[in-house]
Design a protein around this ligand. Structure first.
Ligand SMILES: Nc1ncnc2c1ncn2[C@@H]1O[C@H](COP(=O)(O)OP(=O)(O)OP(=O)(O)O)[C@@H](O)[C@H]1O
Length: 277
């Protein structure tokens, strides 16, 4: 079982105006690997991920196949009942979103929210779940984790909240983590920290990662395979290294050229960080 997820001919249509926004996209996610999905705003990156996970609005219709293989066998995510899909999303596939603030309830403390996730999806008692939350925060090197557990979301920075989400994923040990623009809302220091946490996440959990971003520098740093999207279509797909070295499609060349300088400065700063660490 080499592929964890095989997506075939994924189409998403807005039923309100019959407009197709994703036009038959196919790709695979291999075990222990990172698939980067890149493309400009509106190219369909988020919609592709949401469609696979059953998180589109009710007026969006999804077709195609998204075969997810786990120890329990292979099932098509697009054919599952809402309840089954919800439990797969809680346990086997974790999502990390761009806006971490919106992922947390503003009225509950971080510790109890993290614990709630572990109680629901791992069947732990409250005290076991709180212990797990603390361990998870320590694993992402969160400063002062005991205090962080007692904070409300608005008392933490975007970067810290993002790292709380990574910590939850780390503790859940899912098969797949889908991260949708997880660094976009962050400043460059927090961006680097979060990217490093993603590396850690992969190393420690062995989870496969779908990393959606318009930042080619970050994607190049993390990805093994690359899916380039434009206007809801797949324009290029394959090994990230060879695409970055020798892009075939004009659009990929354009993306790489227009981001080359930024990508290089990002790579340099990651190397500097690695040297000084
Ligand atoms: N809730 C929605 N209902 C209908 N159409 C939508 C909805 N959300 C997005 N779309 C459309 O789907 C297409 C793809 O959008 P999507 O958000 O997936 O792009 P993206 O590549 O993720 O962009 P960004 O980087 O800005 O998030 C766009 O044409 C967009 O207008």
């Amino acid at each position: 079982m080499d592929n964890l997820l095989v997506v075939r001919n994924l189409k998403v249509t807005d039923l309100r105006n019959q407009e197709e926004v994703i036009h038959g996209v196919s790709f695979e996610l291999k075990k222990n690997s990172c698939l980067g999905i890149v493309g400009e705003s509106g190219s369909g990156k988020s919609m592709t991920a949401k469609a696979i996970l059953g998180l589109t609005n009710p007026w969006m219709h999804t077709e195609g196949a998204a075969k997810f293989s786990s120890e329990q066998g292979t099932l098509d995510l697009l054919q599952q009942e809402a309840n089954t899909l919800r439990s797969i999303r809680g346990q086997r596939i974790c999502m990390i979103l761009q806006d971490a603030m919106s992922a947390f309830d503003p009225l509950a403390k971080i510790g109890s929210q993290m614990a709630e996730t572990f109680i629901e999806n791992k069947g732990l008692s409250r005290s076991e779940a709180m212990t797990m939350a603390l361990i998870a925060l320590k694993m992402v090197n969160m400063p002062d984790p005991e205090q962080v557990l007692k904070k409300y979301p608005h008392q933490l920075s975007g970067g810290m909240l993002q790292r709380c989400m990574v910590a939850i994923a780390l503790a859940m040990k899912p098969d797949i983590i889908v991260a949708d623009e997880p660094t976009t809302a962050l400043d460059s220091i927090n961006q680097r920290l979060v990217v490093e946490e993603f590396k850690l996440l992969r190393q420690q959990t062995g989870a496969a990662l779908i990393f959606i971003s318009h930042d080619l520098g970050v994607v190049q740093y993390l990805s093994d395979q690359l899916l380039v999207m434009r206007c809801g279509e797949r324009v290029e797909y394959g090994e990230a290294k060879s695409i970055f070295q020798n892009p075939q499609h004009e659009y990929t060349k354009y993306l790489i050229d227009s981001r080359r300088e930024l990508a290089q400065s990002f790579q340099k700063s990651m190397k500097r960080r690695a040297v000084s660490a």
